[in-house]
Design a protein around this ligand. Sequence first.
Ligand code: NAD
Length: 469
Amino acid sequence: MNYSNNTYAALFNSQKDNQFQVGNSKYKVRIQKLKALKLALEKTYRYDIIEALHKDFKKPKVETDLTEIYLVVKEIKHTISNLKSWLKHQRVETPIALFGTSSYIKYEPKGVCLIISPWNYPVNLTFGPLVSAIAAGNTVILKPSEMTPNTSAVMAKIVNNVFDRNEVALVEGEVEVSQELLKLPFNHIFFTGSPTVGKIVMSAAAKHLSSVTLELGGKSPTIIHESATINAAIKNIVWGKFLNNGQTCIAPDYVLIHESIKNEFINAFTLKVSEYYSENPKASESYSRVVNKKHFERLVSYIEDAKSKNATIELGGDYDVTSNYIAPTLISDIPDDALLFEEEIFGPILPIKTYTSVDAVVNYINSKEKPLALYVYAKRENFIKYLINNTRAGSTCVNSNALQYSNHHLPFGGSNNSGIGKAHGFFGFQEFSNARSVLKRHLPGPFYLLFPPYTKYKEKIAKATIKWF
Ligand code: NAD
């Protein structure tokens, strides 16, 4: 549904008025809502979603099933199985000095929440956080990206059919719509997108001291040690890189490979690309497209910039402007000041850089912003441990990539430039909740002995308290 500017406040206020009704709902009521969303995704709208994503950027059906529908359905199932225990008051211990009291943590909803999502996994990154927000008992306004309009239209239908708009509403529209929404005093804003827009969101949130979750992006390195099994590594890397046409926040952004295995890597990579996407990836139904002209031109400028700096195109490098097609591309011999090493790539281009010492790897990674994901391929445990201990990243996969996202027992999110806060499972539920502390007095305890007037005797008790309790 589209709203004019002055109705955003009305929508916000209707959700604000409804927040205690929703927030005090029993877990069974929340589970009913999640089940209704699950049914819509799995059955009623599954084909509409598949068709819309194909129209938006030729996303293959299997990828839509696995990375959009399945991941949200799995999040819902995990939440349904655990919600009762997440909502239970969490009893905590009582220190001796507080004898006569008991304490617990109550996870209460934050209130009215805003979820702003990107275009690259529009269903997953809009409805995934929504599952956590509903579980925690919030009302929610969703603002999906304007870049995947067909998918946004289907999501709007789903939301209108499954929810009352004073509990969950979806607002379609351009960036200006997000800007208007960001003026409202939301209790929590969950944003997924680029670090640049993340900063805009955080400064808008600061005006109302709204809490934020920022799921951002950046350059995720893949490090390949000479002890790695190249064929096994390639299987994962080619899939992880070209899934969604490289438009994945946790895709391997660049490869750091030991000099001695560079040629073996390039040969195996080339073979695997033709195995997955045929000799002519343009005709492959398994290979999607860059989302629009703006991103296409951005990516082409990276290729041309690398070429102008004498980089070697090891594979691909060709493109077709009429269909936003860029071939699966592997580039080496790139100088550090090339755009491919300065900007997040977010497309089907993989730059590789060789190294000879682990210190050089660590120094290079630490000279950049903290990545959202860091991948290591190696058999040597010491190398893996050294890398994990001497770098910082939101998440790490060893001898694989992207799979850390799909384990809902793990928190998902970045650190500083790659994000603030965590999503998925209990971590997502926590993000949309306020951990309210409640202390209850049952008996008059020793603490009364410390109330004024502060006599010499009380001074002694205070000293003893510091020493013994
Ligand atoms: P983006 O930051 O351009 O846009 C994200 C959302 O913000 C969209 O809904 C858009 O309408 C809105 N927006 C854009 N400009 C705005 C402004 N000035 N004010 C208010 N709202 C604005 O990101 P994108 O291009 O949609 O997605 C790509 C980025 O998202 C990449 O950096 C990628 O790494 C990151 N990403 C991160 C994750 C994660 O889970 N950490 C997942 C997917 C994508």
